[in-house]
Write a new protein. Sequence first.
Length: 505
Amino acid sequence: MILIKDISGCPDIWSGRAPGMEPRIYSQVCRFIFIVLFFSLFSSCSFAVTEGSVPVFNDVPSDHWAASSVDDLVRYGVTQGYPDGTFRGRKKISRYETAMFLSKLAHFRETKAAVNEKIMEELRAEVYKLRYSLDMYKNKPDIKRPVYGSFYSRLRMGNLVSSNAATTTINAPLGPIFDYRLIANMRHDFSDYSFVRLGIDTMDSSISGGRDLAREMLEMETEVNSKSGTGVSITSGPGLVIHREGPNNIFPSEDYKAYLRQGNGFKVYGSPWDIDIAGGYLATGIATNGASTSNDIYGSLGYALKNTFLGDVKMKYSFHSYTENLKANYSTSESMVNVYELIFEPHGKLEYGLAAGVSASQNTPHNVFMNISLVSTDLFRSGSRLKFSASKIGDEFFEYPTHPGLFGLNMFDHLYANGTYDIGLEISQELSRGFLLKMVSDVVTGPSGEYTKDEPKANATFELGLELGIFEGAVMTVGYRVYQVPSAVSNATSDIFGIGFKYIY
């Protein structure tokens, strides 16, 4: 089944588009340009209250030095002249007539100002919508909306073609099974430098039904910063949540699926001399009574080199000190994890990076994590997108109870496992307007790097899906997934077929 990840930045599929641009953004750009042009034309033209052509007074020749000014007064609705078609420019006027002229002129200016203000309000609204759409398209996390989220529902069947390791005697399809996922966020910005956000994510609660609303679904985030880039953020939430399929294990590829949510902690950060510095605390384990069972004290240091021959180069070092007791004294450095990241962003639609982690003072193959990643947002300028990731995890890298998910998740939202190689590839291609073909694969091998039945940790997952933009904000998905564990009995293979619907608001 096609699994659409969290919305914070998931680009949508829409019907109708300009080449190289999301249709929603394309339509908003067109509307924005139309309003700008209309406002420009309106500002450059005189405001006409009367309909039809401007009357020509019998006593005001077209070559008279005041003819254009008299015509303007008629267009503005200040005067229409006398019934006999004359203006009588040499006639004296009374104070009453002067007051009436000035009143009509003031009314005209107020009307024009009100229209201008309405156009400006519409223009500001279009700028806001366009900026938000571009932020969504660029997958930026700093989207400022009061309410946003998504709702995803799906129908799935297992064992449609292949057999299931847990139910080898059943060949008929299992299911169908219906489930849904709701993500909703409410955000309030006190200023340009402070906000509070309250979110809810039902995750797999529609399947298991055992998720606690207060402890596992809700999360909160608040942040206060300044123009200089210095700030503090406080978060509260369930942290890491693991999905289990249960005894029936209808969908083995979904077992141990991970949800990385906001954790309980705080962070202080700043950018002196263009150097990104951050540090904080995170409770990586919480007991039912609210007490912390494991802790992470961390810090990071980063710097970016702009416009080099390799493009923009981002460098970052961070450390994580894990302990069950904040007052514990360590005789070894096994609780310390050092992380080194190097990201290259060439001047184009390409990004590649290197990441490495060491969980002990001695750098051995048993306690090292290494990752190589490559992302192309528009491969060959054909509407294609490619994402590649290759990781090696040492046998003892996560031996100490470190925070799982330190390096994120693999292509199918599973945690990286000790003593494995994990290679993932995702390719998507736009076939037509609002019609996307996506292929995702992930292969996990044992420490030897071989994919054989003698490697109990080896497994492979392949998924092929279609995404169709129905209308703005709505996507229909159809997908088929195959999952294989070579070390299982009879080299068991399972599959999933499903259809789904996602609405992003």
